[in-house]
Design a protein around this ligand. Structure first.
Ligand SMILES: O=P(O)(O)OC[C@H]1O[C@](O)(CO)[C@@H](O)[C@@H]1O
Length: 544
């Protein structure tokens, strides 16, 4: 379909000027550095190692100003139905609106969010006191298992693991996600059913993996309770927007979710109950307050100082102007090991779209890059070779902490020196002449061949996030900044960042295939499948 949407500008003049300018020269300009290093509360963002100069930055900023981004942003905060394909508001910001200086969501939404938080608080506090019975749950809980997938897993998992130093004593959290039965079996072997509380999290309450794993755990606990269903229900809290289905399923307590919160934006709701069970309700409210600080910043700062806008500028520059196809996220913080997979869902499920929602026409520029990564320094000893000398340029995102939670100063200084060194090495590189001067022995030809292999072209861009420390507040702020970057990119690319139709087809086909594997006697009508699927079903059945 022919598009009526104007493509992003090519910023040709700036792009060609910068093509001839090396990052090692750009980073010498202190005035430029000041424009590209900005702070919001506990988060310092440094995009000064991106291939932009002030003129290019201002050109992209002026373009963004012309797009009506502020009105689009305000429409989201106010609850307009900006998720048009599902006719829904997008109000994850309302979940932390209680801590905002300028809550913007409709009063009714604010009320139901506050009520749900209060209900969750009552459950969490009772369980922490060992008095779960007082709220209809079991007493003496030692282990909490979050069963969910995608947004019903990744956010809570990230926060629970990131905030380990804030965990309350006596409760251990676990995450059961994949439908691979090994995970459920290993967990059941480890836990005591009498002391296990399960949070079954599914916005739709229609997700195959979650319902199957929930059933496995219910049977396990039911058996331990000698078939007593009422007693068994007290081991389960259901979190869903489909309250009726949870009631039918048989959880004793239900915490709500709403259709105006997308799964990947939902950790701030009762979907994050396992976070509250891990770090206590005050910690959970601190997480919300950090996100609210980022919300207020996004809503009030001009583009030049607005971290989500600057992040979006860096991404548009890399993706649309320089044609980069992926971005690596490398936290130099072990406890943020889950951040890359969290961001994969947040960014790739939100921005992996190819049409404009208003008329279905094709977008005229690439949208989301592949997001990947893992913790440093480990990554340096695995794939950084390719990032330094491979033929593709992959923009990186480093995350570091000024103050760690542990007392091992030498470890931390070594960790941070490595982060800073990688950002420097990737951007500055090492010239052929520098490498040649280091090659002391051998013939001229041998020295030159060696120098070529030891040359680093550099000019490889990166972003650095430096957090003062890792707390519920700073983590909440960091995640919310990423959420707003996603909003900005959806706006600039003209796509709906809040639906996810692309996950449907595979789900439908999986349900069609399942009977052919489940029924050993009768393969059913294999003719409905393509040749490759038929052959693999046959191979599996013949070797069982
Ligand atoms: O919370 P639910 O409804 O079980 O969905 C889990 C995940 O599945 C998805 O719908 C994708 O299949 C995600 O968007 C969502 O976070």
């Amino acid at each position: 379909m022919e598009s009526k949407h104007a493509p992003l500008p090519s910023f040709e003049e700036h792009a060609s000027r910068l093509a001839g300018t090396h990052l090692r020269d750009l980073v010498q300009d202190d005035a430029r550095g000041e424009r590209l290093r900005k702070r919001m509360g506990p988060v310092l963002l440094d995009i000064s190692r991106q291939k932009l100069d002030i003129a290019a930055l201002d050109a992209v900023g002026a373009y963004i100003e012309s797009t009506g981004w502020k009105a689009a942003r305000d429409a989201m905060f106010e609850g307009k139905h900006i998720n048009t394909s599902e006719d829904r508001a997008v109000l994850h910001t309302a979940l932390r609106g209680g801590a905002s200086r300028h809550p913007a969501a409709p009063a009714e939404v604010r009320r139901e969010v506050a009520d749900a938080l209060d209900k969750m608080e009552a459950l969490v506090n009772a369980v922490h006191k060992g008095e779960g019975e007082s709220v209809g749950l079991i007493g003496g809980v030692t282990d909490v298992v979050n069963i969910g997938i995608g947004g019903s897993d990744l956010g809570p998992r990230l926060a629970v693991h990131a905030l380990e130093q804030f965990h309350v004593k006596g409760i251990t959290s676990h995450f059961l996600t994949n439908v691979d039965g090994q995970a459920a079996t290993d967990l059941m072997n480890k836990l005591d059913p009498a002391r296990t509380l399960v949070i079954l999290v599914s916005k739709s309450f229609n997700t195959q993996e979650t319902l199957l794993n929930g059933g496995v755990f219910r049977n396990w606990i039911l058996k331990a309770n000698d078939g007593d269903e009422k007693k068994t229900a007290r081991h389960f809290i259901g979190v869903s927007s489909n309250v009726e289905a949870v009631q039918k399923w048989g959880a004793s307590q239900i915490l709500p979710m709403w259709d105006y919160v997308g799964g990947r934006f939902s950790l701030w709701s009762a979907v994050g109950a396992s976070i509250a069970f891990s770090i206590g309700m005050q910690g959970f409210r601190d997480l919300l307050a950090g996100a609210a600080e980022a919300d207020d910043h996004f809503r009030s700062a001009e583009w030049q100082d607005n971290l989500p806008v600057l992040l979006a500028i860096a991404e548009v520059w890399n993706r649309n102007i320089l044609g980069r196809t992926s971005r690596a996220v490398v936290p130099y913080v072990d406890s943020l090991a889950d951040l890359p997979s969290y961001l994969q869902q947040l960014e790739m499920e939100s921005l992996g779209k190819h049409v404009h929602p208003d008329d279905g026409s094709e977008v005229t520029q690439p949208t989301v890059p592949v997001v990947w990564g893992s913790i440093g320094t480990n990554a340096q000893h695995a794939y950084f070779q390719a990032l330094h000398q491979g033929t593709d340029t992959v923009p990186l995102e480093f995350i570091g902490l000024v103050k760690p939670a542990h007392p091992l100063r030498e470890n931390h200084d070594v960790l941070l020196s490595n982060l800073l060194a990688q950002a420097a090495a990737l951007s500055l590189g090492k010239t052929f002449d520098e490498a040649l001067a280091e090659a002391k022995s051998g013939s001229e030809a041998e020295r030159r061949a060696l120098a070529a292999q030891r040359t680093f072209k550099g000019d490889r861009p990166s972003t650095v996030f430096m957090l003062d420390s890792l707390t519920p507040h700073s983590l909440g702020a960091l995640i919310a900044l990423y959420e707003h970057k996603v909003f900005m990119l959806g706006h600039l690319w003209g796509i709906n960042a809040f639906d996810q139709w692309g996950v449907e087809l595979g789900k439908v086909i999986a349900k069609q295939i399942y009977p052919s594997l489940a029924n050993d006697k009768d393969a059913g009508d294999l003719g409905q499948f393509d040749g490759a699927t038929r052959a693999l079903i046959g191979a599996i059945r013949s070797r069982r």
